[in-house]
Ligand binder design. Sequence first.
Ligand code: G6P
Length: 610
Amino acid sequence: MCGIIGYIGQKPANEVIFDGLTRLEYRGYDSAGISVVDENKIHVCKDIGKLRNIRGLLLNDFGSKSPIGIGHTRWATHGRPSAFNAHPHSDCDNTLMVAHNGIIENFMSLKKKLRSEGHKFVSETDSEVLAHLIESHYRGDLGNAVINALKEVKGAYAIAVIHREHPDKIICARKESPLIVGIGEGENFVASDVTAILSYTRKVVYLDNLEAAEVTREGIEFFTLEGEAVKKTPTQVDWNPVAAEKGGYSHFMLKEIYEQPQVIRNTIGGRTSEEEGKIYLDELGLTGPEIYKAQRIVVVACGTAYYAGCVGKYLIEKLVKVPVECDLASEFRYREPLVDQNSLVIAISQSGETADTLAAVREAKIRGAKVLGIVNAKESSLTREVDGLVYIHAGPEIGVASTKAYIAMVTALTLLALMLGKIRSVLSPEYVQETIRELKVIPQQIERVLDKHEQIKEFASHFMDSRSFLFLGRGINYPSALEGALKLKEISYIHAEAYAAGEMKHGPIALIDHELPVMALATESNVYDKTISNLKEVQARSGKIIAIATEGDKAIYQLTQDVIEVPKVSEILSPIINVVPLQLFAYYVADLRGLDVDQPRNLAKSVTVE
Ligand code: G6P
């Protein structure tokens, strides 16, 4: 995910910024750039590639030792990785430069308007509109120009801006994407996270949503995006560099669980039009009959990606009315699968390097099927072998147990199903509009689930010594049960089995006694009553139920007091919310058992061998 750093002080800015960018490398990126103001002129150098490869350009050949500048590492979303698309971006006459994290949702309409006013664009990015928009509002006061420009912007952003007429200040602002200001002695910093500036200062101010700052060498003034001054208190950060990479969380897995609201914003950002009730998956690649007329869809994937695919089956069958089969990639590749030119194969993978998934894709192509990849890692092997792509934009996932990639995969599958359902006239524009509206508030609803971490931790402490778990779910939340059980066994080493709740009576009911905890997904749905009946069968045999239920569900308390309430959402979106308490539960059980959460025994993040 992109990283920003800005510097104003006494040292050569490009050196400080380069150093800061290397500390943001862990976020993942494909290009980088630095820009400074020197004697009322803008200097900028940017290129594609890793910092170690473009070090010469950004340090030795930079051509200015100016002490004010901004830099950026870019993780491509809108527009391929290239020097043109790298940040910082300039306006028409190189009067100002902008580094941006986040996604400008209405960039297409803003670009159209700015073009009609004569602005010239050189990149494919959404971010470049910010530079032109600020230029169009500039009347001599940079802070005001930024505020007025941001009033026209929809979406998420953290930005840092410099201007050739103001070599004494950096203006920065944020909405949803994080941004901090670092306070030094005769020097100050702007950064997307503290890791970038820890070697210079530990005194930082966290900007709140819709806040901005004017950062000069001598001081910092904070204000809201309405222009009202605000007083902020600095915090002393006492993290070591490793803790900083974890953003202060004790494990990458926990950090990644907490990143999920932002990940969903990234996955859907710029891809929906609420007004038109339309989904845009620009990089899709596949057009015409291959995708829109496929008579059958087959999903191939492994592990967590496979369970995301199982949610996808419910989504696509419901919203697109095309039969979907889900296959484990390792099974698909050896069973003479019945796919041909009328089939669309969807391959899902976080790493894009899983050997079984790649082999399944090759098998599908030999049989004439078109393949669509749903992938996180940019430029991975899978992205080069498929006919079309949907990137999930989850950013680098370090914890071996996948969390944020799963949520992003399910979100991307939801977008795909909505798009196909609309194109095939199964869904009305109103339905798509309403679902887009709902999707956009899911991040806040996940934040409310994350706020329940103490309660979930307490449940984890009650059940951490159990020898085995049964996870139950039905319908679209049966895969949620499978994923919840996988998370628990991967990191806590407790045996966990998931079953479709209605199937329990055909076997696992024999296991139920007062010692077996049963994690039940019982949120509102068309199978809610059926699920409750299944849980009564558990209760009758003294099983201990922990229920994930919809806020305000009083009836569930007749079955158990151990209830984690989650916000009410449409059934088709419920897997995105429901998996979050299961991830946290698995995390706390493993952590309380003193286990290595991020690198569980015997598991690898990316399985590149068969
Ligand atoms: C490994 C990982 C899992 C992951 C699976 C598929 O088993 O430990 O977390 O779900 O591979 O990986 P992919 O990169 O293809 O999504």
